[in-house]
Write a protein that binds this ligand. Structure first.
Ligand code: ZN
Length: 92
């Protein structure tokens, strides 16, 4: 499995994950991989796939500015619009 696949599988539960726990699985390149995944998705679909916030998880005390990540939550409506546009595209 590539690091991207590992990150996807970690985030597949839809919950927040501290970057430290992701780094344990993929090494310090995790931040770059997440950034690349978002850039690729912005280019393709105009939206990010992974969202981040400063980590405030229970029992975590970070001296540095550490982030937590999860799969980006997009509104259902947006999702259907996207699908509808895709379908229109298919028929042309
Ligand atoms: Zn943390």
């Amino acid at each position: 499995m590539s690091y991207v696949d590992i990150i996807k599988s970690i985030l597949s539960d839809g919950r927040w994950h501290c970057i430290e726990s992701i780094i344990q699985e993929t090494g310090y390149s995790a931040r770059n991989r997440i950034s690349e995944m978002n850039k690729a998705s912005m280019k393709k679909d105009g939206r990010i796939v992974i969202e981040g916030e400063p980590c405030d998880m229970e029992n975590h005390s970070h001296r540095a500015n550490v982030y937590k990540y999860r799969n980006a939550q997009h509104e259902e409506k947006q999702y259907y619009m996207q699908t509808f546009d895709d379908l229109i595209g298919e028929t042309l």
